[in-house]
Design a protein around this ligand. Structure first.
Ligand code: SF4
Ligand code: SF4
Length: 396
């Protein structure tokens, strides 16, 4: 299935990428996103903000046809409570459920967390998604079977539904720096195929190409970003919540991620995933060519947003990083006193280099490819990122 995978990443996929939303994304037209203030997760406030953000784009009827089934794809990464800001907040998902129903369509909530989805029931419960599903009478599903598209196994449900609405959480990410609209569609890769793809493209650039390709294949009709409370620091699961107080919507995920980058003081094309998706023609990254409806973007800019500590390596020239890579290393480290021995990291590790024992938990660093899947999946925040002494000296 993955034969010549690295080579295939070199190819120009602009023409081969299949878009779910070509009917909405008109090439050559100006990209448009909407940005709406939302103070907190009060149900009515969130619904009003989400509705306004979609109304500014032409209304939900512009994206959803009556009588169709619509898959809502939140970011359900780990079994954590909403206050941890790891998963998409249930109130934002509830707001989209209600909006889709207003258009006369039937919503279904679905995702495919990593680690074989071993703890999926736990994730549904702790994230608050099961409660929303029961209270709103909406089906909650685990994405299961895959279909290989462009050599990548993609969830059949994502490909087959009439319409997909992506509902990412805005967070930092130790591998991709930020995660928003584009990266959320990496969740279209079912279960253990996710860490396997990491092992096929262990370097950031190769991984960014894969993420961008998945986005260009699965491009959702609409994206609604939960950034009422985002995550800064060592995201996507080990960081800390950060109030940002907005929701953002649009059909162009590249434009959305570009605006998110601008809000936290980054150049959109410094984010490799955005750069690759833009290069593939999957959306607009030029801020001068993105129309922003709703509240002014400048009102949400934060000057002290904390990026992941691994960001240092991503902004250094490749030649320097390769030359001093061994001195500037980051690596995962298991804190045995916090570890609950759930084995999720061990199951998820693509190169099987983690051992979890009663008294000792270890990582074989000779085999470790620094994909940080273990750090991402640990529901107990028991895996930290350790920096070398030189990295601490350089970066503080
Ligand atoms: S480190 Fe985390 S994921 Fe791994 S076994 Fe311990 S608690 Fe589970
Ligand atoms: S130990 Fe963690 S970072 Fe290393 S390869 Fe395994 S999952 Fe990736």
């Amino acid at each position: 299935m993955y034969q010549n995978f690295e080579e295939s990443l070199q190819a120009d996929h602009k023409s081969s990428a299949i878009s779910r939303s070509e009917k909405i994304y008109e090439e050559g037209s100006m990209a448009k996103i909407s940005l709406v203030k939302c103070e907190n997760y009060n149900s009515e406030k969130v619904f009003a903000a989400v509705k306004r953000s979609v109304d500014l784009l032409g209304g939900i009827e512009h994206f959803v046809r009556p009588g169709t089934k619509v898959l809502l794809k939140p970011n359900l990464l780990s079994a954590r409570v909403p206050e941890d800001a790891v998963d998409t907040h249930p109130e934002v998902v509830r707001a989209v459920v209600r909006l889709v129903r207003l258009a006369g369509a039937e919503p279904v909530i679905g995702d495919s967390p990593a680690g074989y989805g071993a703890n999926i029931e736990d994730i549904f419960t702790k994230s608050g998604m099961r409660k929303v599903s029961e209270e709103e009478g909406v089906e909650l599903i685990k994405l299961t079977s895959s279909k290989v598209v462009d050599e990548i196994p993609i969830s059949r449900q994502i490909l087959d539904y009439d319409c997909v609405i992506s509902i990412p959480k805005f967070k930092t990410h130790v591998i991709t720096v930020l995660t928003g609209a584009i990266k959320n569609m990496y969740g279209s890769v079912v279960g253990m195929h996710k860490p396997h793809l990491h092992s096929l493209a262990p370097k950031e650039k190769g991984f960014a190409k894969i993420v961008a390709r998945i986005y260009s294949i699965t491009r959702p009709e609409l994206t609604v970003v939960d950034s009422v409370v985002a995550m800064e620091g060592d995201g996507p699961s080990g960081g800390v919540p950060r109030e940002m107080k907005f929701v953002m919507a649009g059909s162009d995920g590249v434009a959305i991620d570009s605006c998110l980058a601008k809000i936290v003081g980054l150049n959109p094309l410094d984010i490799l995933v955005t750069k690759e998706a833009y290069g593939m023609g999957a959306g607009e990254a030029d801020l001068d060519l993105i129309e922003i409806a709703g509240d002014p973007l400048d009102d949400f800019i934060v000057k002290d947003f904390r990026l992941p500590q691994t960001t240092l390596l991503k902004f250094l020239p490749e030649v320097i990083v390769n030359g001093v890579a061994t001195l500037l290393k980051f690596r995962p480290y298991i804190n045995v006193s916090i570890c609950a021995r759930c084995n999720l990291c061990k199951i998820t590790c693509p190169v099987s280099c983690i051992s979890i024992g009663k008294d000792r938990c270890t990582i074989d660093y000779k085999k470790c490819i620094r994909c940080m899947c273990c750090h991402e999946i640990c529901p107990y925040k028991a895996i930290f990122i350790k920096r070398s002494i030189l990295t601490k000296l350089v970066w503080g």
